[in-house]
Design a protein around this ligand. Sequence first.
Ligand code: PLP
Length: 221
Amino acid sequence: MDINTYQELLKELEPYGADLIAVSKNQGIGAIMEIYQAGQRMFGENKVQELMGKQAQLPHDIAWHMIGHLQRNKVKFVAPCTTLIQGVDSQRLFDELARQAVRQERKVEILLQVHIATEESKFGFSEVELQAFFEGITLAEWGNVVIRGLMGMASNTADQAQVYREFKGLHALYERMGRDFFAGIGGFSILSMGMSGDYRIALDAGSNMVRVGSRLFGPRG
Ligand SMILES: *Cc1c(COP(=O)(O)O)cnc(C)c1O
């Protein structure tokens, strides 16, 4: 971990008003504490077990974001120790979150993950599915779940124009969903896109939250 890299990254994000999620998956407590001491308070993990272990050991003013694919049977464990569950990638997962949020009597803030990449393997709603999701759901069914915005991952390609197009498409969808479904509700204000390799493109396409791991911490072990 190099503090200069961290400071430079913050400077790059500033003009965009974008938040930095330091992706600490596979990183040890020491590395996380270094960046914590430099001022970072938002961290991202993609495995429930790992997130819970770190949350228990690290300072309690850290906001933990669950950024990876979440299995439905893990929802009840993860809800109490996360600030934001990014990557809610299906109606079934959403339904389970809504159920647990009511049962645990807590507000659960989430982002809906949209599939924008060409790769088959990436999780998420298609644009059509997302539209249908919002049209089909009533406010009461949301229960204690607060939908804060959208999240997406671009294709893993060297073609920067394609990456930009994919991010720009997600940005347009985010604007449209905000207008059509949250005009009177508010709170729909997070567009999480961009990782170490493509965060600059994501910022130019309208991201206001980037999830950066290896660029901050160095390669994962
Ligand atoms: C690992 C991961 C990141 C960070 O990736 P880097 O390339 O190390 O910056 C961001 N988002 C998600 C969903 C991830 O799983």
